[in-house]
Design a protein around this ligand. Structure first.
Ligand code: AKG
Length: 291
């Protein structure tokens, strides 16, 4: 993982070794890409929105009872559509530079989300982002900014290194006692899930096929807040309609093809004692909305 950068105004370009590491593992952690002060400012900004009841989205929350901490702190989805600070984050030149190096061309911007994940909140079952975005050709990419220090106890992000080489897998039901979303991908045999511990200001970049998710926040008193942006490859010609509008990094809106149909997905099958992936037409309704 990467050494600290020198903060906001320093230009940093990834070296070839970092790009190679991203291509091999499907993710790259860039430490202190944003300063601790910037992370703190984002924290106050979204906590204030929450306190004023702005932007709260409980639409896809599979909540258990009135005591669910996520009812009090639901995600804020797509705030860049109406909040300048969120749009500035989405189009931040530091993110543009790194995403461009990782994807080989400047991507297009489509999503912001803020997660509060208060003490006691459930996590998000493992999934692949491009199941939802359906960016094609190319892929989608995420930039996940840590607002708080995060570790296994407060439900840091977890990734399956190398899983970005898999096709999109068909979703199955998840365990909603530990996940606020009701679906997940199956974990292929032998796959290893690793914790990504981060400090405020660190950014994890990851591939849209990378299997990732998070465990519940089991601490009594530590939030695990994160500000997340999603992008699609510059060569993409379609994306799911939830992600309209599509922005260039200069803030202009790109005319695009928005789709609602799914595509094929992979099912894990065992043949002659070996696990294989069989592609099938996607079952049920395609991914709708955020993830
Ligand atoms: O932050 C989390 O717990 C999960 C976020 C996530 O899965 C995503 O941004 O796609």
């Amino acid at each position: 993982m990467d050494s600290p950068s020198a903060g906001r105004h320093n230009r940093r370009v990834l070296d070839a070794e970092q790009v190679l590491r991203y291509r091999e593992s499907g993710f790259l952690l860039v430490r202190r890409l944003f300063s601790a002060e910037e992370a703190e400012a984002y924290c106050s900004h979204y906590m204030d929105m929450n306190a004023r009841g702005i932007g709260a989205d409980r639409s896809d929350l599979a909540y258990r009872d009135e005591q669910d901490p996520l009812l009090r702190y639901p995600r804020i989805l797509q705030p860049h559509r109406w909040d300048r600070k969120s749009l500035e984050f989405l189009l931040d030149p530091r993110l543009r530079e790194i995403l461009t190096a990782l994807d080989g061309q400047e991507p297009l911007a489509v999503q912001t989300m803020f997660y509060f994940k208060p003490p006691g909140a459930r996590g998000q079952a493992i999934h692949q982002d491009n199941w939802y975005l359906r960016a094609r050709p190319g892929n989608c990419l995420a930039a996940w900014l840590a607002i708080d220090a995060c570790d296994r106890a407060n439900g840091c992000l977890q990734v399956v290194p190398g899983s970005h080489r898999l096709p999109l897998l068909c979703n199955v039901e998840s365990d909603t006692s530990v996940s606020f979303t009701g679906t997940q991908v199956p974990l292929p045999e032998g796959a290893e899930i690793v914790d990504v511990e981060m400090d405020p200001g660190d950014v994890l970049f990851f591939d849209g096929h990378l299997i990732h998710g998070s465990l519940p926040n089991s601490t009594p008193d530590r939030f695990r807040r994160s500000l997340i942006a999603h992008y699609i490859s510059g060569c993409a010609e379609q994306v799911a309609s939830y992600y309209e509008p599509v922005y260039r990094f200069d803030g202009s809106v790109v005319p695009f093809r928005f789709v609602d149909e799914g595509g094929p997905c992979g099912v894990l099958v065992t043949r002659d004692g070996r696990q294989e992936i069989e592609m099938v037409a996607s079952r049920g309704v395609m991914a709708e909305g955020p993830h």
